[in-house]
Design a protein around this ligand. Structure first.
Ligand code: ADP
Ligand code: MG
Length: 207
């Protein structure tokens, strides 16, 4: 296996394991403003990805991301499954069309964010995963090529997830609660933060 494939494999494994480890927290956040399944949904999806990890990491990067997306669509369920699935499918699609890593990272991540927004008919400010994904995209654009990029992405994600607490949800199940959704961190924002932080940790370990 090439060095790049080996790195990708450990990155995906690390991210999936972090999400699995955070499942109890994701569930308790979803118990507060949803139906309490976000942790089990994400855990199921990440276990499916881990189960296919050899096949996934044997693919070129664009195909590997699409495989992850398809696996998440098929296994996560809920609102978040198709949304995370769309993210990885679109990011893989971007890489199939003349985008390259690391130089096009913001464009590739941006394709994923746009796909979530299109599929969810949602945007930042509605107390969803986009309230982490959009600020992270902004940091990827503004801090591209800077030596502290990873550290800045990390702090962006951590701060963004906390900023969802005072928001009132206007999309997803939490929106049914109206004003009662205020005061709780959004579960999908938290899972996005866990994913972003895990990728950062893995990349930092490689430096
Ligand atoms: P469900 O809400 O169907 O039970 P999950 O609990 O797995 O699905 O996921 C809930 C998360 O999905 C929310 O916390 C939110 O971040 C995200 N979400 C829900 N609807 C949307 C949407 N329209 N756009 C973006 N994210 C959404
Ligand atoms: Mg739920």
């Amino acid at each position: 296996m090439s060095m790049q494939a080996e790195t990708f494999k450990s990155l995906v494994r690390g991210a999936a394991e972090q999400v699995i480890a955070s499942a109890p927290e994701l569930t308790s956040l979803d118990q507060a403003i949803g139906d309490g399944d976000h942790g089990t949904n994400m855990k199921r999806g990440c276990e499916a990805v881990l189960g296919k990890l050899d096949a996934i990491s044997a693919q070129p990067l664009d195909e590997a991301l699409k495989m992850i997306g398809k696996t998440l669509v098929m296994t996560v369920g809920g609102a978040s499954g198709p949304l995370y699935g769309s993210f990885f499918l679109a990011a893989g699609e971007a890489l199939s069309h003349d985008k390259h890593l690391p130089e096009d990272l913001a464009d590739v991540f941006g394709s994923g964010v746009s796909a979530v927004s299109a599929r969810g008919r949602s945007q930042a400010g509605e107390k969803t995963m986009l309230d982490v994904l959009v600020p992270v995209l902004e940091t990827l654009k503004t801090a591209a090529g800077q030596p502290d990029l990873i550290a800045r992405v990390r702090s962006t994600a951590a701060e963004a997830v906390e900023r969802t607490a005072p928001m009132q949800a206007t999309k997803g199940r939490a929106s049914f609660l109206g004003a009662r959704s205020v005061g709780h961190v959004d579960p999908g924002a938290r899972s996005s933060c866990v994913l972003v932080q895990a990728v950062c940790a893995s990349l930092e370990g490689k430096q």
